[in-house]
Design a protein around this ligand. Structure first.
Ligand code: 5GP
Ligand code: MN
Length: 327
């Protein structure tokens, strides 16, 4: 059920905002957008934003320098708002603040979200958490810096207004944010499309080394820790590789993994629609959306391919059986 922000904030003197580990565009945009709005409209409330280091490109947004990357001992808040975060474990370093807060609120659009806060505003059909935040704010009071942050979040989670989660309401929200005077084209170019030389090199390598499995229905690629060290690349430099893999004609699912630590992989799955990858991610302890999901897994690269490939195959088989049954 939709919440009233003013009601949630009534009587609160201190509010903390947090998002998921390795913040992406929507996590950063939604939390920063709400943070700036609260700072501007509720100056009597002490508001802090906690996020891990954000990708360098996102620093074109305003007030990113105010984001806190660690928690002070003994700090407690009247309210903790977690954004774009499917479960409390994904909060990372800010999880203790969530646990100790007098009240908690979760604003999210992950289908895998199990409503883990005291108060939950979860809309799995929404394009992004940024779109949900936009709907909670008083339009007249949205400033340019808030509009820029929310626009970036919406643009990123919709693959620049392309994925099927892009609804007429999404476009209306984006249009309303544009009317605040943002340079939307620059935000998209600088934070989504522009790649550093190293990012392009590692993307090229991942494409070059990719393989097709499951009767060419699934494309797989991986980047090892050694390769990341060789290119001087961090996890945020790998953003976009999985979407590029997904573009491959004839494939249904893209699986991209990179080594977080020795024998530990972060896995990203993307689907064109036939396979529900959120089910697979959940099976392996992660989460996400039907067409974009992720999780971490221990083992070798081959273990990942074997185990995850099996789950993809099971869904593809089900689909084939259904088709056979109709024909
Ligand atoms: P990505 O593959 O870009 O990291 O994530 C795709 C989607 O799956 C995002 O919505 C992200 O929040 C979610 N996701 C990725 N990894 C995990 C994970 O380890 N656990 C959960 N619960 N969700 C994840
Ligand atoms: Mn999101």
């Amino acid at each position: 059920m939709k919440i009233q922000l003013s009601e949630v904030l009534t009587g609160k003197r201190t509010v903390a905002l947090g998002g998921h580990v390795r913040p992406d565009g929507d996590c950063t945009g939604s939390s920063l957008g709400l943070y700036i709005y609260l700072k501007e409209q509720y100056p009597h409330i002490e508001t802090d934003l906690y996020l891990e280091e954000i990708p360098k490109e996102y620093h074109i947004l305003r007030r990113t320098g105010e984001i806190k990357h660690q928690i002070a001992a003994g700090k407690q808040y009247d309210l903790f708002i977690c954004l774009d975060c499917g479960d409390a474990g994904r909060l990372g370093f800010s999880a203790p603040l969530f646990e100790q807060a007098a009240e908690t609120l979760c604003i999210d659009h992950h289908v895998s979200n199990e409503a883990f806060a005291d108060n939950n505003y979860i809309v799995p059909d929404a394009s992004s958490t940024s779109e949900l935040v936009f709907g909670l704010l008083d339009y007249e009071k949205i400033s340019l810096p808030t509009a820029e942050a929310l626009y970036m979040g919406i643009a990123h989670d919709t693959g620049v207004f392309q994925y099927p989660c892009t609804s007429p309401e999404t476009m209306e929200a984006a249009a309303a944010l544009m009317r605040k005077g943002i340079d939307g084209s620059n935000i998209i170019d600088k934070t989504y499309y522009e790649k550093t030389y190293v990012q392009n090199q590692i993307l090229g390598r991942a494409l070059l080394e990719s393989i097709l499995i499951l009767n060419k229905k699934c494309i797989v690629s991986s980047v090892s820790k050694r390769e990341m060290e060789f290119y001087g690349a961090g996890p945020s430099d790998l953003e976009g590789i999985v979407s590029q893999l997904r573009q491959t004609k004839g494939t249904e699912v893209a699986l991209f993994m990179y080594e977080l630590d020795t024998q530990q992989f972060k896995i990203s799955l993307r689907s064109k629609g036939q396979v529900d990858v959120s089910v697979i991610a959940k099976y392996f302890g992660g989460g996400g959306h039907e067409r974009a999901a992720g999780f971490t897994m221990n083992g070798s690269c081959h273990d990942v391919i074997n185990n995850v490939g099996r789950q993809i195959e099971l869904q593809l088989q089900t689909i084939n059986t259904q088709v056979d049954a109709v024909c």
